[in-house]
Design a protein around this ligand. Structure first.
Ligand code: 5GP
Length: 189
């Protein structure tokens, strides 16, 4: 199995990660977004096979049995997310490096599996309150799922120091430049 490098980005929901990831992919054409599998419903505008592979739970569980994942997690109650081995290989085979956007536990699991080729980056919102406000503004959450996401963000924060680098997204332009610099230093752009 031939491998290139892996960039792993972890950021709580509402930290501005999607925008930063988009900028990074534009600035670094040698990166390709690693499409995760998940069992949550698509949000408005999300496309199967572009944003996620949206699977039924039965199909996801069968893939777990078949050992098809590098890592998988039940990230939110009843909602599974996972990185497919075949997805990383698809990207390496195309001569690129996967940009993996996953939760803290998934990120640390990938680093354990690929310690020599992996860079882990944690993106932090300036505060949990800012994060809560951003999620409210996005308008995609119920009261319950909003609380779950804020609580998860607080939990994830406790793992930030285990990452190779932490970027605080209090200013989008600055965070974008920092992110591109880190990736450039690690794998070229
Ligand atoms: P969302 O539902 O907002 O798209 O994502 C929820 C969380 O799941 C985010 O923290 C995201 O990084 C994480 N996530 C997405 N894909 C994966 C994956 O393949 N594995 C793991 N462990 N987490 C993932």
């Amino acid at each position: 199995m031939s491998t290139g490098k892996i960039i792993v980005i972890t950021a709580p929901s509402g930290s501005g990660k999607t925008t930063l990831v988009k900028h990074l992919l534009e600035a670094c054409p040698h990166l390709a977004f690693s499409i995760s599998a998940c069992t949550r419903n698509p949000r408005k505008g999300e496309v199967d096979g572009r944003d996620y592979y949206f699977y039924e739970e039965d199909r996801f569980k069968k893939l777990i049995e078949e050992d098809a994942f590098v890592e998988w997690e039940m990230v939110y109650t009843g909602k599974y997310y996972g990185t497919l081995k075949a997805e990383l290989q698809r990207i390496w085979d195309s001569g690129k490096s996967p940009l993996v956007d996953i939760d803290v536990h998934g990120a640390l699991a990938i680093r354990d599996k690929y310690p020599d080729i992996c860079k882990t980056i944690f993106i932090e919102a300036p505060s949990l309150e800012v994060l809560r406000q951003r999620l409210i503004a996005r308008g995609t959450e119920t009261e319950h799922s909003l609380e779950e996401r804020v609580n998860k963000a607080a939990h994830e924060l406790a793992f930030a120091s285990r990452f190779d680098c932490i970027i605080i997204n209090d200013n989008l332009d600055k965070a974008r430049e920092e992110l591109i610099q880190v990736v450039e230093n690690f794998s070229g752009c």
